[in-house]
Ligand binder design. Structure first.
Ligand SMILES: [Zn+2]
Length: 341
């Protein structure tokens, strides 16, 4: 079967082949909450989203809700999200940096379980989250979230945050910096961190509060959530193993649009817009949503102009619908980009 022919064949919620399902104790909600609606996806800034499935399961994608006060706010924090979470729900964390993981330790007080890298899970345990709520993964697993929903885990790559141009404009051509070693990248990271105090007292206080003792990004992960209605691929930093993403065909994709992109372990020689479009060309989703493109930390990461990305995606994946969300807004995941009522 050709690539085009399999485009809109939706994955069965329970696959007959593939890695074994990790069964985590918990009450499936399917029998208790029959499907009465359709899945929705809401954005709360940075790479934090809330997925609600047709069966009523809530899956948080990252947990960075409480941000520095000087940044634009979504109006929805840990307190608001936590009030609606319960032990049946889940938090999928893409990597261990604070702008993804910080907040999960408090959301876990609801009993919601956390899927993340071994490093993210180590940090959560250190912050008091009970082991029975933690599911450490590294890629290759399939975790059952409820009777109708599973998530497959893929190894990802973090953007080249060590780059001398860590947050280029979307259409800014970045060349060079290939072939560096871990030691050289650490040296450049130290130089970047040395400049953080210049961002002002509010940012400094926030960074101190949000620092959880993580070791780097802890290993970036990509998730493919497979629901009764379709599949959602989730990426929270602009990096990818090309061979892995090229073999995926989700119905909807969330792709990170910030930073110097990382393809197969080396900085992309080109633009961020070009990289996102390249990924869209591999995945050919029906619908594409960007993440991480907002001004989540003033003075450090400005808002990315999505115009060049929209244009590049339209050329690389002309059949893909490009969804643009405001804070605390969303859409019906498998119906189209129109704002949900
Ligand atoms: Zn990060």
């Amino acid at each position: 079967m050709g690539f085009a022919a399999r485009r809109h064949v939706r994955a069965a919620p329970v696959a007959l082949t593939g890695p074994p399902v990790v069964e985590v104790p918990g009450r499936p909600r399917l029998a208790t909450f029959p499907r009465v609606t359709t899945a929705t996806l809401d954005w709360y800034g940075c790479a934090t989203f809330r997925l609600r499935t047709a069966e009523g399961l809530t899956v948080m994608l990252d947990a960075y809700l409480d941000r520095v006060p000087t940044a634009a706010q979504s109006g929805v924090g840990v307190a608001e999200v936590g009030a609606e979470l319960g032990p049946q729900d889940w938090i999928l964390v893409g990597h261990a940096h604070f702008d993804h993981l910080y907040g999960a330790e408090r959301l876990a007080a609801t009993g919601a379980r956390i899927v993340g890298s071994y490093e993210s899970v180590r940090v959560m345990a250190a912050w008091g989250v009970p082991e029975e709520q933690l599911v450490p993964v590294s890629g290759g697993e399939r975790v059952r979230l409820d009777a109708a929903t599973t998530v497959r885990v893929l190894p990802g790559l973090h953007s080249c945050v060590w780059s001398r141009v860590p947050f280029p404009d979307a259409d800014q051509v970045c060349l060079g910096e290939a072939g560096g070693t871990w030691q050289e990248h650490q040296e450049q990271l130290r130089a970047m961190f040395a400049g953080l105090p210049d961002l002002g007292p509010e940012v400094a206080a926030h960074l101190q509060a949000a620092s959880q003792g993580e070791r780097g990004d802890g290993g970036a992960l990509v998730y493919v959530v497979e629901t009764s209605e379709g599949s959602l691929l989730v990426q929270d930093t602009a990096g990818a193993w090309s061979g892995l993403l090229a073999s995926e065909s989700p119905d909807v994709a969330i792709l990170a649009a910030a930073g110097r992109a990382n393809r197969d372990g080396e900085p992309v020689q080109g633009t961020l817009a070009g990289f996102v479009a390249e990924e869209a060309g591999w995945l050919r989703p029906q619908r594409l949503v960007l993440s991480h493109h907002d001004a989540w930390l003033p003075g450090f990461a400005g808002a990315v102009d999505v115009g060049p990305i929209r244009e590049a995606v339209a050329a690389a994946a002309p059949d893909t619908e490009f969804c643009e969300l405001e804070y605390a807004s969303g859409f019906r995941l498998f119906d189209g980009c129109a704002p949900r009522s």
